[in-house]
Design a protein around this ligand. Structure first.
Ligand SMILES: *[C@@H]1O[C@H](CO)[C@@H](O)[C@H](O)[C@H]1NC(C)=O
Ligand SMILES: *[C@@H]1O[C@H](CO)[C@@H](O)[C@H](O)[C@H]1NC(C)=O
Ligand SMILES: *[C@@H]1O[C@H](CO)[C@@H](O)[C@H](O)[C@H]1NC(C)=O
Length: 280
């Protein structure tokens, strides 16, 4: 049996090798120590943007709570306010209310909101498909085309999400009742409607989840039901996501100024009984 004995030269090389390895890891340790102490304790990459979208039907009624409950409580967020370039709207609903009236953007244009996007109504290849899934009880082809317009508005906003880590997305035709802090959740959707389910009008949370919530057209043709409703489609679209349902509440506003007071838990959180616009 031949026993290998290290020569002094080999021992020297081995020693230098271990010394170099030790120095490398020590320097790495110092580097990590330095970086973790020189950054602020909160994640530096938390940046946020808040988007309002849709058809801003009655700005004098909707803007005050938009500032109080959403914009002012989130002072670090960049605000984008999108609305369609329409001067009037008419929606004859089959079962419940119809609306008909003119729209003025004066209150918006004279506000201090810096990013205002007034976009023309956009035709898209998805409208005929959506109309072929018409209509759930209470909706009409007009409400289907309004749904299509609101989804188109959302699509316009998605490219802006990339620069931010947290996103809030809100409709522009509502009165906000509850204050929102958009950092509070990774994937928040308020409960909504008679079945207290998926709300297709409000989201806040992380950017990746904002894209999942806002991208309505990409998987539309996979939806297998004969009739499409905004809320049931969203429920199907997000079936694999971990969603936090929140109690945040808002009331829809019609173009003529009527406020849908029953939107919050069938009216058990009334808005302001003295308000002349209340509709019972
Ligand atoms: C809306 O569209 C009309 C043309 O239809 C245009 O003249 C007007 O400047 C637009 N308004 C805004 C605020 O973009
Ligand atoms: C909407 O109101 C306008 C007047 O403001 C009227 O001329 C028009 O006929 C109304 N449309 C419907 C569908 O009621
Ligand atoms: C912007 O306008 C709102 C509503 O009028 C007001 O509450 C807020 O203080 C204003 N913000 C700035 C920075 O001027």
């Amino acid at each position: 049996m031949v026993r290998h004995r290290p020569k002094p030269r080999q021992i020297q090389i081995l020693f230098h090798y271990f010394l170099a390895t030790f120095l490398f890891f020590y320097l790495l340790y110092l580097h990590v120590l330095h970086t973790s102490f020189s950054s602020p304790p909160s994640a530096p990459s938390r940046t946020c943007a808040i988007f309002f979208y849709g058809l801003a039907k009655n700005l004098p009624i909707t803007l005050p709570s938009t500032f109080q409950k959403i914009i002012l409580p989130n002072p670090t967020c960049t605000i984008y306010y999108q609305t369609q370039n329409l001067t009037h709207t008419t929606t004859p609903h089959a079962l419940w209310d119809s609306e008909n009236g003119t729209i003025s953007y004066t209150a918006l244009l004279s506000s201090n909101i810096s990013n205002i996007l007034i976009t023309p109504p956009s035709p898209s290849p998805y409208l005929p498909y959506l109309l072929s899934k018409c209509c759930s009880p209470g909706s009409t082809p007009t409400s289907m085309s309004n749904l299509h317009q609101s989804w188109s508005s959302l699509s316009l906003l998605i490219p802006f999400f990339t620069s931010y880590s947290h996103i809030g997305i809100f409709r522009n035709d509502v009165v906000f009742i509850d204050e929102v802090n958009i950092f509070e959740s990774d994937f928040a959707i308020p409960r909504w409607g008679s079945f207290w389910g998926f709300n297709d009008r409000m989201f806040y949370g992380k950017k990746e989840n904002a894209v999942k919530w806002a991208e309505r057209f990409k998987r539309l043709k996979e939806f297998d039901e004969p009739i499409l409703k905004g809320e049931t489609y969203l429920k199907w679209l997000l079936k694999d996501e971990k969603i936090e349902f929140v109690d945040t509440c808002f009331l829809r506003v019609r173009v003529d100024g009527r406020i849908k007071v029953n939107d919050c838990r069938a009216g058990d959180r009334p808005y302001d009984p003295a308000n002349p616009h209340l509709e019972q």
